[in-house]
Design a protein around this ligand. Structure first.
Ligand SMILES: Cc1cc2nc3c(=O)[nH]c(=O)nc-3n(C[C@H](O)[C@H](O)[C@H](O)COP(=O)(O)OP(=O)(O)OC[C@H]3O[C@@H](n4cnc5c(N)ncnc54)[C@H](O)[C@@H]3O)c2cc1C
Length: 406
């Protein structure tokens, strides 16, 4: 017999799991489909190389969903300062939580920690069903529903399908939604490293010619690095033996954390600027990387995705509470208007920053450094950037402001 749900969320990563969680807390009958069994238990070491900087707004959402305690128990690392500087000139920016109303600027969390904590919450919610392994291979639009076919032949139906199946979203293609964008021809090389000097619970970012190098603090004293390099250099650096890699990293760091002592496994992710031309179709919506992929230089990708999750859940729950059908396109159009502009603004800012810092002509380098120093010394402007980076802006979904939406 075909199973029917009010909403099916496809993709059980951070964004899909958060969407399903919010919907189920709002009493929506929801199925979460994920092609792989997510990791739920693991030894504390080594640390996952996929780590994200989560903003205050994301923390609020994850707290409201009940996932934050499970994350804190597995390990989150608060960072209190952020230092950004230009390797080619004297421009620098310093953000300090002492200038805000908070005791930290954000948290560094392994991606698998966020996913596992959300899946733990989902297990406790009576209107949520997690189906895994479940790879969606086909989607049809019928008069009364959307129908999904899984690789193993199972058929599921829903009033609404939400795709959070990542940057190369198959569901987006099945819905006939095109994307706009380009490859950066840069990779984000990630690894966990031990350094001679303490990270001081500070996120460090040095802008180099090929892209920024970030050292993000972890609770065990190590740093997670995100090193943006041209794809050729990234390939070369992946192939280096550990000692040569550490030497190259130490040189690139400008010695800010002293000697680079140890490095774990390394991986590189090709970077892309990409947005879906539409976020919605009949009985269908995109969330997270399926809707937008952005440069990781300010660590905003999943933060934007969690805002999508909170926004679509809020609108679905409201529609249900008002006893209107989930087939209605009115709330979907509202979702698209709400999130697309905000995401495009964020992605474009990242893109402009990336381009600005890859300029090498001397007058431009001088100009950008002067701009950086000017912002650093203008308290109100700096406070605006800081708040924006912490995800605290106008028109946030209720969950991001710590208000319930059910
Ligand atoms: C180097 C790097 C550093 C980053 N750092 C940060 C950071 O500090 N802060 C930040 O906010 N963001 C950061 N990001 C971005 C962040 O990693 C992504 O935005 C985030 O992982 C997207 O989450 P998602 O749930 O939308 O997609 P994904 O994590 O891609 O999850 C998609 C899920 O869908 C499943 N799936 C796919 N197809 C199917 C199918 N057909 N059927 C069923 N399931 C399917 C997949 O298995 C997967 O679990 C970084 C990105 C990179 C590359």
């Amino acid at each position: 017999m075909t199973e029917h749900y009010e909403v099916i969320v496809v993709g059980g990563g951070m964004v899909g799991a958060a969407t399903a969680c919010a919907l189920a807390l709002g009493g929506v009958n929801v199925a979460l489909l994920e092609r792989f069994n997510p990791e739920r238990h693991w030894p504390p070491e080594p640390i996952d190389i996929r780590v994200s900087a989560l903003t205050k707004a994301s923390q609020n959402i994850l707290e409201m969903l009940g996932a934050w305690p499970g994350m804190a128990q597995r390990g989150v690392c608060a960072y209190r300062d952020m230092r950004v500087w230009d390797a080619r000139a004297d421009g620098e920016l310093h953000f300090d939580c002492a200038d805000t109303a908070f005791s930290e600027l954000g948290h560094l969390v392994e991606n698998k920690v966020t996913v596992a904590a959300l899946w733990d919450v989902l297990d406790t919610l009576p209107t949520a069903k997690c189906i895994t392994p479940a790879k969606v291979v086909d989607m049809q639009l019928n008069d009364n529903n959307r129908q999904l076919r899984l690789e193993d032949g199972r058929i599921l139906e829903a009033d609404l399908v939400i795709a959070a199946d990542g940057r190369d979203s198959a569901l987006r293609q099945m819905a006939g939604i095109e994307v706009t964008g380009w490859e950066y021809r840069q990779d984000g090389l990630v690894a966990t490293v031990s350094t001679e000097k303490s990270h001081q619970f500070t996120a460090w970012q040095r802008f180099l010619e090929e892209g920024p190098l970030a050292f993000l603090p972890l609770n065990n004293g190590q740093c997670s690095i995100v090193w943006t390099l041209s794809s050729e250099t990234a390939k070369h650096h992946l192939a280096l033996d550990d000692q040569d890699f550490l030497q190259a990293l130490e040189h690139a760091s400008g010695g800010i954390l002293g000697k680079m002592l140890e490095v774990g496994p390394r991986a590189a992710f090709p970077l892309r600027f990409q947005y879906a031309n539409r976020y919605i179709d009949q009985r269908f919506a995109l969330c997270g990387d399926a809707a937008h992929a952005m440069h990781p230089l300010a660590g905003q990708g999943v933060n934007a995705g969690l805002l999508d999750a909170a926004a679509i859940a809020e609108l679905v729950i409201q529609t249900k509470q008002e006893k209107r059908p989930l087939s209605s396109s009115r709330f979907l159009r509202r979702y698209e208007r709400w999130r697309k502009g905000d995401n495009l603004m964020m992605m474009s800012s990242m893109d402009v920053l990336n381009k600005t810092y890859s300029m090498t002509a001397e007058p431009l380098v001088g100009l950008r450094s002067a701009g950086m120093n000017l912002i650093n010394n203008l308290a109100p402007v700096k406070a605006y950037f800081n708040h924006y980076a912490m995800g605290l802006r106008d028109d946030l979904p209720k969950l991001a402001n710590k208000r319930i939406c059910w």
